[in-house]
Design a protein around this ligand. Structure first.
Ligand SMILES: C[S@@+](CC[C@H](N)C(=O)[O-])C[C@H]1O[C@@H](n2cnc3c(N)ncnc32)[C@H](O)[C@@H]1O
Length: 190
């Protein structure tokens, strides 16, 4: 079986086992991944954090765009998917963390990311978990950095605007379902 189909089956199995945690039946399309990553300056980032890496569609594209000295911390709560990621990308720049994004502070040793990429299904989380993870975002992004979020509805916009003064929204139609992309920028310190 080719890798693409195999990944889709693994993703679907993860969804069937835990639909609210996975939040989608298919991985993000490569067009939506590119549209999303085009919203941030990935090639000049030193540290990138990815939340909800799944089968690694953003992970692979991030590694392709990142510089040789950069670091990518990919967080995935599902142990099977985290194992798949760690085995697939044997790249010294990648650190796969199998944990919940709400515990991210523990894995960054006080560092802040230039870019945070989030594919977490916020609207299917319980409200308390959603708030805990959203509260982590402004803490872990560096001044001048950006949090890039992909969702299937604009419902999260209000929550993002409560945490970031500068949030831009765009659609990425070539995805099932069409994706809504948010770029949340943290101002540089004066
Ligand atoms: C919609 S899928 C996105 C997967 C992949 N990034 C993509 O775009 O195809 C959401 C992913 O987030 C993971 N996830 C859900 N809750 C999480 C949490 N609290 N912390 C880290 N990962 C989580 C799920 O296991 C799933 O792999």
């Amino acid at each position: 079986m080719n890798q693409h189909l195999d990944d889709r089956l693994k993703f679907l199995r993860a969804f069937l086992a835990n639909p609210r945690q996975v939040g989608a039946i298919l991985p993000t399309s490569r067009w939506a991944v590119r549209d999303m990553l085009d919203l941030g300056d990935v090639p000049n980032a030193k540290l990138v954090v990815e939340l909800g890496a799944g089968t690694g569609v953003q992970t692979g594209e991030l590694l392709a765009r990142l510089g040789p000295e950069a670091e990518l911390v990919a967080v995935e709560i599902d142990p099977g998917l985290a194992e798949l990621l760690a085995g697939r990308y044997r790249d010294p720049r990648l650190h796969v963390v199998c944990d919940s994004a709400e515990n991210l502070d523990e894995h960054l040793d006080g560092r802040q990311a230039d870019i945070v990429v989030s594919a977490l299904p916020y609207t299917s989380f319980a409200p308390a978990l959603r708030q805990r993870i959203l509260d982590v975002l402004p803490r872990i992004v560096a001044p001048g950095g950006a949090v890039l979020v992909i969702q299937y509805s604009p419902l999260i916009l209000k929550e993002l605007r409560r945490r970031f003064a500068d949030v831009r929204v765009r659609m990425s139609p070539w995805n099932v379902p069409p994706a809504v992309l948010f770029a949340c920028r943290k101002p540089r310190e004066e």
